[in-house]
Design a protein around this ligand. Structure first.
Ligand code: FES
Length: 272
């Protein structure tokens, strides 16, 4: 059982949870995820770790209420317990001193991007961050991103905060401004696909995190099977980060579509 020590609401359906998990806090690396379960028969829910406090023995998770399991989690409050939290899992991000990096986070993707930004900064990179979201209330963790970035561009679809436009405009701005050695992109698949295309256009390698396709996170359900560079890979075992140029994006969109339908059905039953 893991106690929730802090809950913060970012927007209507997005919450931050700080959870007691001392061993995970100590050993987690940027890019790692945990599997959370609510109730003995609860579904396994993989969530990327957004931060950790070793002294307090806590980890931070940012959760969007999209299906039944995430709804159950979002209904919990400070002082409540999560049935179990297993991790850290997944391969950590390859952190080295690349030179100048652009870290692009779309919507909730800023949460898993944050530890990557912090680790890249600590490794000596010049870190330029692009935070993008549909509107102002969907721009999350801005202070934390600013703390570890040399420069930040904020883009919103409706222009309610920062500059009006999509994430790729922000990436292009940094590319025009100076030489970029590597791009990291995390967010909705469509955002990562186009971030990758933008990077490719300028011959810059782009790393993407496909964590949103995972279902059980254990290598057993097969939902995260994808063609990467023509080879079949499991995102939860072989990833979650891959070279964006090798990802079969059409297959990714198809798989995510199937998953969404099943989730909606389940949620309806719960609400009935
Ligand atoms: Fe189920 Fe990878 S998430 S096999």
């Amino acid at each position: 059982m893991n106690k929730i020590v802090r809950k913060e609401q970012f927007s209507e359906k997005v919450f931050l949870f700080e959870i007691e998990a001392p061993l995970i806090a100590k050993s987690r690396k940027a890019g790692n995820f945990v599997i959370v379960r609510i109730g003995e028969n609860g579904e396994r829910m993989p969530l990327t770790i957004a931060g950790a406090d070793i002294a307090k023995g806590t980890i931070t998770l940012v959760v969007q209420q999209v299906g039944l399991s995430s709804k159950k989690l979002c209904m919990l409050n400070e002082g409540d317990y999560i049935t179990d939290v297993v991790g850290p899992l997944g391969n950590p991000t390859r952190i080295e001193n690349y030179g100048t990096v652009v870290c692009a986070g779309g919507g909730l993707g800023v949460a898993p991007m944050l530890p990557i930004i912090q680790a890249l900064k600590a490794a000596g990179n010049r870190v330029l961050s692009v935070m993008a979201g549909r509107s102002k209330d969907l721009i999350i963790l801005e202070d934390k991103v600013r703390e570890s970035s040399d420069e930040v561009i904020i883009m919103t679809d409706d222009g309610s905060y920062g500059e009006k436009g999509v994430v790729t405009i922000g990436i292009e701005k940094f590319v025009e401004q100076e030489h970029i050695d590597k791009v990291f992109a995390i967010g909705p698949p469509i955002m990562m696909k186009f971030s990758n295309l933008t990077a490719q256009k300028h011959n810059i390698p782009c790393e993407v995190s496909l964590n949103t396709i995972m279902v059980d996170g254990t290598g057993m359900c097969g939902a995260c099977r994808l063609s990467i560079g023509g080879k079949t890979k499991f995102v939860c075992i072989d990833g979650p980060e891959f070279d964006g140029a090798l990802v079969d994006w059409d297959e990714m969109f198809k798989r995510m579509g199937t998953f969404k339908e099943a989730e909606q059905e389940e949620l309806q039953h719960f609400e009935e």
